[in-house]
Design a protein around this ligand. Structure first.
Ligand code: IMP
Length: 429
């Protein structure tokens, strides 16, 4: 009868998609509150693998209404493509099942081009963005010159506004020595997308509040992760939105009184794509072993960009900080099966920075860049966990590993995943 917020505790890619898929089964509505198609959720249902970027994985559950909230930035052309792909796979996506906030911001072709231009201008300091236009779209939003989804209703004015923005962006793009956009050509697909998406547009704030009042259960689905949050992450190597739990309230227009559960998702080791500090990063064999070869879709290669992810040991200070910022009430620890076969495992419990011991990430990038992890070494386990379905059947060392994480975070670990399939979840007894 309330709202659950689902948040990534690391740098994104924690496995939120499969957790959202599980929680969606108990929800009436699944609403995304921040980010755009920089996200990538992979959900496996039997033989089928769904790769979603904008639409919440709740769409795979017949009873669920999916909402793209006001806090999102939406590329309409990519959204139409995703709707078409789902429909081709036999998943109906109708305006009764998918609602887009009229207040969400539009990612224009200009934003996508400006993202590339800005990364090029940064040279060695590049963020390593997903090049989906996310930063420039949020920049226009906060600069009070963005284009909102509701503008798609009046297609003619919308087209004029798109052209104006493309022409303005062309000046910056040309200055970077890049190919300018053809305004008319770049706008065509956007106009087609606007016609398709009009029936899906609605005031989602009023809708969500009315449904909450009636007793509906809402899952607020976060994308990215806490360390990519524009306030709480390792700025400037962050995304431009607030993936943390506070972002859910702003990004959906609901009050804190409705929230009774904040579920944190962390992988049992660390991964990161793009640039920025990662104190527990492992290079060489150990990193490769955690990453996998790429032969399986759940190996550590980006869903959106295909880039290999940087891998490292579990970073206690990062996830502990995430627990504080988000107010996690419980944790899901994912991919525990991947750790089978390591003789010993390490967990960073603190950082040493110039002789100071910190249990949370420092505020400045300069300090974080030379943080030396303080590790605890735990015994590993050799058993294959993919078939485990009861907590008591987890090897004693795996349980000890989870208990150490629980103690570090001071949040109960209630669920672990041991593989990508829907039923490969183990619940604490
Ligand atoms: P942007 O969100 O495309 O601007 O990228 C900013 C940073 O966030 C880059 O380091 C990206 O790799 C990272 N990022 C954005 N979305 C995701 C995600 O869904 N998973 C992991 N990293 C992401």
């Amino acid at each position: 009868m309330t709202a659950t917020i689902l948040v990534g505790a690391q740098w994104g890619d924690e496995g939120k998609g499969r957790v959202a898929d599980w929680l969606a089964a108990e929800s009436d509505i699944v609403a995304r509150y921040a980010g755009g198609d920089n996200a990538g959720h992979t959900v496996v249902v039997g033989e089928k693998i769904y790769k979603l970027h904008l639409i919440p994985s709740g769409i795979l559950h017949g009873q669920v209404v999916c909402v793209l909230g006001n806090g999102m930035v939406v590329n309409p052309v990519n959204l139409v493509r995703e709707i078409d792909e789902l429909e081709r796979a036999g998943v109906p996506v109708t305006p009764e099942r998918l609602i887009i906030s009229t207040r969400a911001h539009i990612i224009t072709p200009a934003h996508v081009a400006l993202d590339a231009a800005s990364e090029k201008a940064r040279g060695k300091e590049a963020i390593g963005t997903t090049l989906r236009g996310i930063g420039p779209a949020y920049l226009d939003k906060t600069g009070r010159q963005g284009l909102r989804a509701g503008e798609m209703i009046d297609v003619e004015t919308y087209a004029d506004q798109l052209i104006q923005r493309i022409e303005a962006a062309n000046v910056v793009i040309a200055a970077q020595g890049m190919e300018p956009l053809q305004p008319q050509q770049a706008t065509e697909a956007y106009i087609d997308a606007a016609q398709r998406l009009r029936p899906f547009l609605r005031d989602t704030t009023l809708y969500l509040n009315a449904r909450l009042k009636e007793g509906a259960t809402i899952l607020c689905e976060g994308a990215q992760g806490t360390m990519l949050d524009v306030d709480h992450g390792d700025y400037p190597f962050v995304t431009s939105s607030s993936p943390t739990s506070g972002g859910a309230l702003i990004g959906l227009g609901i009050g804190p009184r409705w929230v009774n559960r904040v579920v944190g998702v962390a992988k049992c080791f660390s991964t990161r794509v793009g640039s920025g500090p990662m104190p527990t990063e492992l290079e060489g064999d150990l990193g490769d072993r955690l990453r996998g070869t790429g032969a399986n879709f759940w190996d550590e290669f980006g869903t959106t960009t295909g880039r290999p992810r940087r891998c490292g040991w579990f970073d206690g200070p990062v996830v502990r900080y995430a627990a504080l910022v988000n107010g996690f009430t419980e944790m899901v620890i994912t991919k525990l099966d991947v750790l089978s076969g390591f003789e010993t495992l390490k967990i960073a419990v603190a950082y040493d920075i110039d002789g100071r011991r910190l249990t949370s990430p420092p505020e400045t990038l300069a300090e974080l860049s030379h943080a030396v992890p303080v590790y605890e070494t735990l015994p590993g386990w050799s058993e294959d966990l993919t078939g485990v379905r009861r907590w008591a059947d987890l090897p004693a060392n795996a349980r000890a590993y989870l208990e150490r994480i629980e103690a570090l975070l001071d949040v109960p670990v209630k669920t672990v995943s041991v593989g990508p399939e829907r039923d490969q979840l183990v619940f604490a007894e």
